[in-house]
Design a protein around this ligand. Structure first.
Ligand code: AMP
Ligand code: MN
Ligand code: MN
Ligand code: MN
Length: 280
């Protein structure tokens, strides 16, 4: 290979909380010069067929992926499953269970919003009529549309974020179990955006110890809008815990102009790229 491939292994479509259809996402990635793209919607593989078809048309490579919600000591942790087979029966059943957890949590959140003087039932209906899995991002958007907050980040800051009155710690399956789901679906487990969790340094290290012990393979060393110091810190963690490295924008929406597809996703040379095992 003479020219370096641009690789982006963490993106969302409107099958979860992204704004573009899987086909439009792939077309945009191809136009941005991305050669290898993973679609990693939250707890769903519903966009992979459409994305795969679009990738074949556009001449880029699609990595079938997912971003699974897990918990570790009451902290929500996101595990990317990359190169998964979305068709297996065990995974299908497990994603059904994630969908139920999401819908139950959304009902709880909206009931709480009702007690806080917001139209909970209306907001719940707005989320539930959306296609795809319901996320807090959908709810935040509905709160903006209803004029209850000015912007989505305000919805998280005032109501939905950790420590706020309408926050519910979802009962996501334990980290180790989610790693097993990925492995049994034939994929490799990659811990997403390690800097984003509200964990002490020691707790973060323990979490990575547990992730590696459970069969986790990779760490998302370069992620979205993270700065150089985050990349360095994550590269160090990958080395310390014997993990390969991944890169992903965590792209959701072209209107989030600070976080475009495929931008500055250069893995430090000393990190073993997770795609090496796949001939890339
Ligand atoms: P959920 O998976 O239902 O907990 O929803 C979380 C999603 O909401 C994340 O994947 C982000 O896309 C979005 N999100 C989380 N925190 C914020 C925030 N502070 N501001 C805007 N969006 C957020
Ligand atoms: Mn999201
Ligand atoms: Mn995430
Ligand atoms: Mn994501």
């Amino acid at each position: 290979m003479t020219e370096a491939l641009t690789i982006d292994l963490h993106t969302h479509s409107n099958r979860s909380d992204g704004s573009l259809s899987p086909g439009d996402l792939v077309a945009r990635a191809a136009a941005a010069g991305i050669g290898v793209l993973a679609l990693t919607d939250h707890d769903t593989t519903a966009g992979l067929d459409e994305a795969g078809g679009a990738a074949a048309m556009a001449g880029i490579r699609l990595v079938p992926g997912i971003e699974l919600s897990a918990s570790w000591r009451a902290q929500a942790i996101h595990i990317l499953g990359l190169w998964i087979d979305p068709a297996g029966a065990p995974l299908r059943a497990r994603l059904e269970s994630q969908d139920s957890r999401r819908r139950l949590r959304m009902r709880r959140i909206c009931a709480r919003l009702g007690t806080l003087g917001l139209p909970g039932a209306e907001l719940l209906a707005a989320v539930e009529t959306q296609p795809g899995v319901p996320t807090r991002a959908h709810l935040a958007a509905a709160m903006v549309s209803g004029g209850h907050v000015g912007r989505t980040d305000e919805a998280f800051r005032k109501y939905l974020g950790k420590g706020r009155p309408a926050h519910f710690a979802a009962d996501w399956p334990p980290l180790a179990e989610i790693v097993t789901w990925v492995r049994e679906a034939g994929g490799i487990a990659c811990l997403a955006h390690p800097a984003r969790y509200a964990l002490s340094k020691g707790a973060r290290r323990q979490m990575l110890t547990d992730f590696a012990a459970a069969g986790g393979t990779a760490l998302e060393v370069v992620t979205g809008a993270n700065g150089a110091q985050h990349v360095e810190a994550a590269a160090m963690l990958a080395a310390n815990f014997g993990l390969m490295g991944s890169v992903g924008s965590d792209f959701h929406d072209p209107r989030q102009t600070w976080n475009p597809l495929g931008r500055s996703l250069k893995l430090p040379d000393r990190v073993v790229p997770v795609w090496r095992a796949y001939g890339l």
